[in-house]
Design a protein around this ligand. Structure first.
Ligand code: NAD
Length: 513
């Protein structure tokens, strides 16, 4: 899987694997001093090293993708589809290997990582059947003996820039659509989770994808800037934080690229007094603390209407007390560590801030200590009550296991709070009232809505998106929107001369009659 090893300065006894960029169907050798550490967040140990690519590596990958483009564009759709079916089978066969790598590098529990792989695979499966969706339009007789055809063609080299928190699912929401529509691809993954990245590249090779069609360059700012400035990159889909996404969108657009950037979130679930409180408490705990809150679709605010909060809170507290925090590979863990020591420190500071802002801390995750993995990046679940819209812990994304309860007087107040929040990714309502749910669905200005469903991530063949601070994009990602994003449309007007039926030369602007 990896091609090189090195002794790491921080762990002198260890011989560490070094991950490689993947260009033109093979790994690219890197010098150890051009790499950074990869941690196992459960133990805090350095387990590998990952390259820090920059402009030169991006250039090399884009050149490979550009060279591979004409042949891939002209590859019959059914041949592309057959490669996709082979890839689908390989990913499915290696689903547990991918999940183990996700857990090792990210920290989330193994069942959660496995679920991620299968949700990503849905979009690969959708792409397997894409030939029918790529059909253009044919309109006979738009004028006398003139026909029109609408073609959808690939753009060229497309790029994906992805976050640490879904190293398989999120890239699988991007590259299947980019590739199946005939583009070649350069992927700039997160450097925190290289294990599953490397395996995806190898599985594409095994599936028979021609060399150069799928390339991987690791790196940070420098690599991203090189993609944004590269004249041969036609389109970019980004998933990550709002600050970086805004920069990627603005810079990419300024450089003439098509860009969709899907960014941060602060999702709120509304609980009405008529909700089934036991189920709602399960939903709040699952959506707030699953994957240690490191999901863009985590529900991090509970907007409890009327007396719902008084009845819900003890049920949530009961469940939090039973959560088992530990190594994601340990079958009894409900929640793993955070992905990095720095991020754990950030989340701790958010909890400090919530206390300083006057929210009531009901469960304090800062006190958690792992007895058997003291070096792991662990934090326990935190619950705040009495969170208010003027608090930073209400306004900002924390991306950790921190849930905040907000008390609202009415349904209308809860809907207004959601619509006035700077983020708009997902939301949910918990109620027994069809009428309230219907109003919620129509009135709330958020693209992904759950009705008694806490994490309403749409199926892999439907679209996924955000508004306000949660996306900088004209289209959503996946589904029909991604087919449009990754293709350009051409209108062809066709007239075949028929001797004896042609009129005289005319300089009049052509009409359609
Ligand atoms: P991030 O923004 O730090 O990183 C995303 C990508 O950008 C990575 O590839 C990273 O290497 C690169 N990057 C980071 N800093 C950069 C910089 N200064 N300049 C250029 N590139 C940079 O995000 P993350 O911490 O990896 O992921 C968590 C974030 O992603 C959260 O905000 C979460 O809500 C968001 N997210 C959103 C969705 C969605 O669909 N809306 C899905 C998953 C995650």
């Amino acid at each position: 899987m990896t091609t090189q090893t090195t002794a790491d300065a921080g762990t002198p006894a260890a011989i560490l694997p070094i991950f490689s960029h993947w260009v033109d169907g093979r790994p690219v050798e890197v010098l150890p001093d051009q790499t950074g550490p990869v941690y196992n967040p459960a133990t805090g140990e350095v387990i590998a090293r990952v390259p820090r690519g920059g402009a030169a590596e991006v250039d090399r990958a884009v050149a490979a993708a550009k060279a591979a483009f004409p042949a891939w564009r002209d590859t019959p759709l059914i041949t592309r589809s057959q490669i996709f079916f082979a890839y689908r089978e390989l990913v499915y066969r290696h689903r547990e290997d991918l999940a183990r790598l996700i857990t090792r590098d990210h920290g989330k529990t193994f069942p959660d990582a496995l679920a991620e792989v299968l949700r990503g695979l849905e979009t690969v499966e959708f792409a397997c059947g894409l030939p029918t969706q790529l059909a253009g339009l044919n309109t006979p007789n738009v004028s006398t003996r003139v026909d029109a055809r609408t073609l959808r063609q690939p753009l060229g080299v497309a790029a994906g820039i992805t976050p640490f928190n879904f190293p398989v699912m999120v890239p699988m929401w991007i590259y299947p659509l980019a590739l199946m529509t005939g583009n070649t691809f350069v992927w700039k993954p997160s450097s925190h989770t290289p294990g599953a990245t490397q395996l995806q590249a190898e599985l594409w090779k095994e599936a028979g994808l021609p060399d150069g069609v799928f390339n991987v360059v690791y790196g940070g700012r420098e690599a991203v800037a090189a993609i944004l400035e590269h004249p041969d990159v036609a389109a970019i889909q980004f998933v990550g934080s709002t600050a970086v996404g805004r920069y990627v969108y603005e810079t990419g657009i300024r450089n003439g690229k098509r860009v969709g950037a899907y960014t941060g979130a602060k999702n709120a679930m509304v609980v009405l007094p008529d909700a089934d409180m036991e189920l709602t408490a399960d939903a709040a705990v699952a959506a707030g603390y699953g994957s240690a809150g490191e999901r863009c679709m985590a529900q991090t605010l509970v907007l409890a209407v009327g007396d719902a909060g008084d009845r819900l809170r003890p049920l949530v507290e009961e469940r939090i007390a039973k959560l088992r925090v530990g190594d994601g590979m340990n079958g009894s863990s409900d929640m793993g560590p955070l992905y990095s020591a720095e991020h754990r420190e950030n989340v701790r500071q958010w909890i400090d801030k919530g206390v300083a802002e006057g929210a009531e801390i009901v469960a304090d995750g800062r006190t958690f200590r792992s007895s058997n993995q003291p070096g792991g990046f662990y934090l326990g679940p935190t619950l705040f009550d009495g969170v208010r819209p003027d608090m930073a812990i209400y306004q900002e994304e924390i991306f950790g296991p921190v849930l905040g309860m907000v008390r609202c007087a009415t349904f209308d107040e809860a809907v207004r709070m959601i619509n006035e929040h700077k983020y708009a990714n997902g939301t949910a309502i918990f109620t027994a009232s069809g009428g309230a749910a219907r109003r919620f669905e129509l009135e709330v200005d958020v693209p992904m809505i759950g009705i008694n469903v806490p994490i309403p991530v749409p199926a892999g063949y439907l679209s996924f998106g955000g508004t306000r601070g949660s996306a900088f994009a004209d289209l959503q990602m996946r589904g029909e929107d991604s087919i449009r994003f990754f293709t350009k449309q051409k209108e062809v007007t066709v007239r075949w001369p028929e001797p004896g039926r042609e009129g005289p030369l005319s300089l009049v602007f052509p009409g359609n009659s």
